[in-house]
Ligand binder design. Structure first.
Ligand SMILES: [Zn+2]
Length: 394
């Protein structure tokens, strides 16, 4: 059994302990059980602490019955007691996220009667799963406001361990698990009471702030993603930097960026529409010019346009004419092959085969084929395809 020092000393990071057992794994890691530890093992939705044992990195900590198993990345040498050191920024981050979760979960109950049925702490964000109707933006705002009010009031957080008979069950947000004789009760004064074995801060002010990032539906629950304290500030800093840059690039105030983007998207959409209409007109004129240039039907027209959109539109126009096979290429290596319907010429089979031979790909059906090849092979494709079609016309 390991004495769990972290339960009463969550602010301490350095300790000495005796080795109870030590085992080298195949990967070269060492699994060590100590008689006492400050390392918090992964449990209750909270991530494990990291740190060192005699200078060797502890990369994972797990519970195995009453024992806490430390997974060190290499061999831990030295005689006598081991010196352990918990990585404080990570530990404090977990204390902030975990304590923040207590407050946010209680806030959702108080503001909208939404119970938390699950908690997960991730390396990036934490989540709680809420039972009941989906919280809308206003509900989230209410829970955020109450949570941050509790933080600003800097309320004490008391942790007491007592025999189960002495616990006032009516106050608890969650039941004490079956079989527990001594319950560890975590109380955010006059706000939230819950049995919990995680690590917590001493006063709510240490949380700094709580921010909900988004919600999503997961099975029957509504998952709320949030960040607390240092994480929340880092998130604010990163997002502010992005917004600041966008605001400068769009020459508008940060809070007007959305409206500006909306206008730009509308402009782009209108521009697209105009472009399509102009390409259509240009394609019709270009198709007419090519047919005049190539004389009376039947005709095989191989032609190159710089732009793929225009090339496709020219090919579509050509298909409307009678007695015509058109191979219209673009500078990006795309080629559209079309033949007038009444000719009944198969272009798809030879075009796909030739494209494959030239290292490209293609597809289509009957008198229509669309292929893509290296732009340097376009002229070769047009020459050989033209020769092939001419042979079949004759
Ligand atoms: Zn807790």
């Amino acid at each position: 059994m390991t004495q769990k020092l972290y339960l009463d000393h969550s602010y301490e990071t350095v300790f000495e302990a005796k080795v109870i057992s030590s085992r080298q794994t195949e990967s070269g890691a060492t699994e060590i059980v100590l008689d006492r530890t400050l390392f918090y093992p992964e449990s209750g939705g909270q991530l494990p602490d990291h740190g060192t044992l005699n200078g060797v990195n502890v990369v994972d900590v797990q519970e195995n019955g009453d024992a806490v198993v430390h997974i060190a990345s290499g061999e831990v040498s030295g005689s006598g007691p081991l010196r352990g050191a918990v990585l404080w920024p990570r530990r404090f981050d977990h204390m902030q996220q975990h304590t923040g979760q207590h407050i946010l979960s209680r806030a959702f109950i108080k503001t909208d009667k939404l119970d938390t049925v699950g908690f997960h702490m991730g390396e990036e964000t934490c989540t709680i799963d809420l039972d009941g109707p989906a919280p809308d933006q206003a509900a989230i705002g209410r829970a955020e406001d109450l949570s941050n009010q509790i933080i600003n009031e800097n309320r004490p957080i008391d942790i007491t361990t007592m025999p189960i008979e002495q616990v006032d069950m009516s106050e608890l947000r969650r039941k004490v698990p079956e079989g527990v004789r001594d319950a560890r009760i975590v109380t955010v004064r006059d706000f939230d009471v819950i049995p919990c074995c995680g690590t917590h801060v001493k006063t709510t002010g240490e949380l700094g702030m709580i921010k909900v990032l988004k919600t999503e539906r997961v099975r029957n629950f509504h998952r709320v993603h949030f960040k607390v304290g240092v994480r929340a500030f880092a998130d604010y800093r990163d997002k502010h930097a992005v917004l600041q840059e966008l605001s400068q690039r769009l020459t508008t105030a940060p809070l007007d960026v959305n409206a500006k983007v909306e206008r730009l998207m509308e402009d782009a959409k209108a521009g697209d529409k105009r472009l399509k209409a102009l390409v259509q007109r240009l394609a019709a004129a270009e198709a007419q010019r090519l047919m005049t240039e190539h004389g009376a039907a039947p005709r095989v027209i191989a032609h190159r346009e710089p732009d793929a959109m225009l090339a496709r539109a020219v090919a579509t126009e050509m298909q409307k004419a009678t007695g015509t096979v058109a191979l219209i290429a673009a500078d990006d290596g795309s080629v559209v092959c079309v033949s007038s319907r009444e000719l009944g010429i198969d272009l798809a089979t030879p075009a796909s085969a030739l494209a494959g031979e030239l290292g490209g790909s293609g597809g289509g059906k009957g008198g229509f084929a669309q292929i893509k090849i290296d732009p340097s092979k376009v002229d070769t494709f047009l020459e050989r395809m033209t020769a092939d079609v001419r042979k079949r016309f004759a």
